[in-house]
Design a protein around this ligand. Structure first.
Ligand code: GUN
Length: 289
């Protein structure tokens, strides 16, 4: 039996259609949703991610303000910029592209962002709400994954989910979102013993390692009928590759996401959704969770 490919591009397009309609409604009320992007340094990959995010915004009618700062930018200067953006009523969302250059304290910067403009859902306040099951602004990659489960009507309740990642951007928030849907969740990482047997026991495996030369999730590591979500991105023979040996895993799984075209487009779409949510929050308009 061959499983079904989860089409992240199609689901992301449906999210974008909803966002476009919500933006049009806000504009009718004279509100122009706006995302400020902040990029520090000259990392080429980060720069192209930010450019893509700005293009996505333009596609659905969200305005952007672009802040590109030198590699040597100081903590104080960056925190002052965040203050300015927090106090700018024309800005509804603030995205600080990560990682930041080494001299900067990432946690200190994120903590400065006003929680109501925190479209990454990474401030301690929003992470606390997430752990309490009450967040409105949730990190984009995990909420994009949850959207895929919703779209394909894949039931999570009572399932054993193995997440191979413990970062603030992916593993930790996904743990809470899955738990909220009544999954039994195991978080794995570089010190986890016998990863293969944990994966073989899982109904759902979410892999977010991002280093294909060090780790590949292979067919012998997943059980028959499992759902496999690939969050990893790395280069393999010069091409974009995920963590998962998709061509073989899909022969055993019930569903799997490809790379590219799986989780990536969802992450981008959820940023747009969060920007609309942040705009609505700032205007005191009720939002759905
Ligand atoms: N770097 C890699 N992924 C992300 C993300 O989702 N948000 C931000 N701000 N930076 C990132």
């Amino acid at each position: 039996m061959t499983g079904q490919k989860i089409d992240g591009i199609a689901v992301a397009n449906s999210v974008k259609d909803r966002v476009r309609a919500a933006v049009a409604e806000l504009k009718k009320e004279g509100i122009e949703p706006c995302l400020a992007t902040v990029l520090v340094g000259d990392d080429q990959a980060s720069a192209s991610y930010v450019t893509s995010k700005q293009k996505d915004c333009a596609e659905v009618g969200i305005a952007t303000k672009d802040h590109r700062l030198p590699q040597t930018f100081s903590q104080k200067e960056l925190e002052s910029l965040i203050d300015l953006l927090n106090n700018d009523n024309t800005v509804h969302g603030i995205l600080v592209q990560l990682p930041l250059p080494k001299q900067l304290d990432e946690f200190g910067v994120i903590t400065k962002i006003s929680p109501i403009k925190d479209v990454d859902g990474l401030t301690p306040y929003n992470m606390g709400l997430l752990a309490s099951g009450r967040a409105l602004l949730k990190p984009c990659t995990p909420s994009g994954i949850m959207e895929l489960f919703d779209f394909y009507k894949i039931d999570i309740s009572g399932k054993h989910v193995v997440i191979i990642n413990r970062s603030n951007l992916v593993g930790k928030p996904l743990y809470h979102l899955m738990l909220e849907k009544n999954a039994t969740v195991t978080t794995c990482h570089s010190k986890t013993r016998d990863l293969k047997s944990l994966c073989l026991g899982a109904d759902i495996v979410v892999s977010a390692v991002g280093n294909r030369s060090r780790f590949t999730l292979t067919q012998d590591m997943v059980k028959e009928g499992a759902v496999v979500i690939d969050v990893g991105t790395s280069r393999l023979d010069g091409k974009l590759a995920g963590d998962v040996d998709y061509d073989n895993v899909i022969k055993k799984a019930s569903y799997a996401t490809p790379v590219p075209g799986g989780v990536g487009p969802m992450t981008r779409a959820m940023l747009l959704k969060n920007t609309v949510t942040a705009t609505s929050i700032s205007k005191g308009i009720g939002t759905q969770r």
